[in-house]
Write a new protein. Structure first.
Length: 164
């Protein structure tokens, strides 16, 4: 399932056509179910087997799957399959689930960081998602804007921004 636009996607049709061509060179013949952004979000929030999924077995969606542990768990914890969460692939890794449980119960910042790193390692070795684009959030602004620091996520802090 792909969409023609939405959520800041960068040229989704040409990018998906390139992906289709590239995968064909690797003997994968994929086709697209093209929907609008709203229909894709509805499909994401339902199990893959639900009618809203239109029978697809993959989704190219531009949502942030950041290393913020709450978002990481929302998309990947086995208990968070739709409609409860966004683990649309229904990925299950018992070690990942156990590490997330430790993070949720811990108050020790060093232990939390160690477990976040471990959760990331598990996910890298057994990924539920294929990451196609790493959007660095390109921005353009006038030289009069001061105090802006681009975050490495979609969430920006504008409290330090001012005009000169």
């Amino acid at each position: 399932m792909i969409t023609t636009s939405g959520s800041g996607q960068m040229l989704p049709l040409p990018m998906n056509e390139y992906l289709q061509q590239n995968l064909k060179e690797c003997n994968f013949d994929i086709s697209f179910e093209v929907v609008d952004w709203g229909a894709m979000l509805v499909a994401l929030r339902n199990p893959p087997s639900a009618p809203q999924g239109l029978g697809v077995d993959a989704m190219n969606i531009s949502l942030h799957i950041s290393m913020d542990i709450s978002q990481f768990a929302l998309f990947n914890l086995s208990a968070n399959t739709p409609p409860k969460g966004r683990n649309w692939p229904n990925w299950k890794n018992s070690e990942f689930d156990a590490v997330i449980d430790k993070i949720e119960k811990s108050t020790d910042q060093e232990e939390i960081l160690t477990n976040i790193q471990r959760a990331h390692e598990i996910f890298v070795d057994d990924p539920a998602w294929l990451f196609i684009v790493h959007d660095r959030n390109a921005r353009a602004m006038t030289k009069n804007v001061k105090g802006f620091t681009s975050a490495q996520s979609w969430f920006q802090d504008f409290t330090t921004v001012y005009m000169e």
